[in-house]
Design a binder for this molecule. Sequence first.
Ligand code: GTP
Ligand code: SPV
Ligand code: MN
Length: 594
Amino acid sequence: MERLTTNPTVNAWLDERIALLNPDKIVWITGDKAQLDALKAEACETGELYKLNEELLPECYLHRTAVNDVARVEARTFICTPTKEEAGPLNNWMDPAETYKMLDDIARDSYKGRTMYIIPYSMGPIGSPLAKIGIEITDSIYVVSNMAIMTRVGTKVLEALGDSDDWVRGTHCKCDIDEEKRYICQFPQDNAIYSVNSGYGGNVLLGKKCFALRIASYQAKNEGWQAEHMLILGLENPKGETKYICAAFPSACGKTNLAMMIPPEGYKSKGYKVWCVGDDISWIRKGADGRLYAINPENGFFGVAPGTNEKSNPNALASTKKGTIFTNVCHNLDNNTVWWEGLDKNPPTNALDWTGKPWNGEVDTDRPGANPNSRFTAPAKNCPCLSPEFENPNGVPISAFVFGGRRAKLAPLVYQSRDWNHGVFIGSVLSSETTAAATGAVGVVRRDPMAMRPFIGYDCGTYFQHWLDIGKTLDPEKAPKIFNVNWFRKDDEGHFMWPGFGDNLRVLEWIIKRCDGEVDADETPIGFMPKPEDINLEGLEGEVDINRLKEMLNVDKALWQEEAKGIEEFYASLGNTVPKELYDCLETLKKNVG
Ligand code: GTP
Ligand code: SPV
Ligand code: MN
């Protein structure tokens, strides 16, 4: 075999993998555009990719996954630590040695008749002190093409790696896409990931959730930093000053939308701008000045298609106009473009649905044109509001952490924690209605601490302790302030009470003012809340008035007493690693709402 590196640990691992998987052919991904284009052309011949209208969607492709393989599979995702305790009660656990053996048995000879693609990739700008390197092997051109958008790939990554052993080993084998034999396994102690029998997004783009969250959260705990399921946005005020916010919302709860939002007219005309640094994952570390800095380890957006439109998220839509791969959307046969629910009010009448079956545009049936978890993989550089700091190897300084979920009731529009530890408490008890981003029931409220429930690569209580420990290293003046938001509160008729999307800037403005000490707040049983007149409602006449806002800011003590009970049960289910500081916050909450 030709080798692109002399790194002994890389070459030894590849030799062992090749012997097991038995590929017909081996291809190193160099990062050259010509190579990637040729691979996509090859995938078009086999039907793995479908080339879309070159004039309307240049260099864009459609891909359909198997119908049994459309989302992350939490029940088949495992953290394989030496002991079950290290994985903690929220993770599925299997013994590492037994799991390697089981996976090797499934994967053995599975590359026979196929090509092994070797993808060296960097999470974060190549050479950044916050970046880390992985190598994924796969038998899927779809995976290669997606990884080339979502990460920095190729020869220059191997040059940056040199002879280091600090890289993550990722094995992906499509096998037969058999859901009974589908496993997504992380081995934090070995820097290793093993994924078999899937071809879908978060299960197979191993740089994303598997590495940048599950493995990285474990590394971060040991190395004193944080890997979080957070977007990063910059909010520029009319004076040209930009403040950065990291926000953690569970899957399909609004990160991409918030990260790329367009300010409402009244703000735009005054000169407010929003800059997107990242839409899904943050790696966060203390800088020399004592503040926390975040980078986006990714290089593209793997965004939810349904609901993305010219009004809700024009920047995301613009990002998908070139060099994008669409997965499980509807195919408009009239002009060879794509469509999804919520794109516009004109569904194509001559189309194929996401499974490839004829579809006539009837939208009010239980047969949608696009899968609810259909996605676009778009290069970050396409995004009109991409932050000028996107490539900054040192990241951007963070002023605020924001947690949020989908809660029809209870959680108010916004509130602020009393201090760091109370902020960790608020994040730790985050709960949200489940979405189509993972298989299983949709709309069920569950605890999703820090929006990381499916992504913490070790014990949850220990992860909370790590958050508290980070706080101890920070000067309170320099530590990000911590907030909770809820864009999804509903009235008794079931309508969203808050317009959301660009109008969320009104809440972010209050958050930044709080960070800068420019606005007072009311002290309530759950934390600091805005005085209703401090949320700017100008331009929302007819949509939200001050009384509606007061309803959204209401704290219903009876509901919060219930919530406190729920928190107590949740903490009890996590075992004895939940830090005492968080139980103290729970006691305070109980007292305040009792
Ligand atoms: P992942 O990529 O799965 O991590 O999701 P995400 O957190 O980036 O969610 P995304 O921004 O893609 O939004 C998911 C869904 O929520 C889309 O259908 C959006 O239209 C909808 N959504 C986003 N923001 C808002 C909001 O402010 N209000 C309302 N009502 N819906 C929103
Ligand atoms: C999520 O589910 O949070 C995603 C999509 O961002 S996936 O890459 O499938 O995890
Ligand atoms: Mn996500």
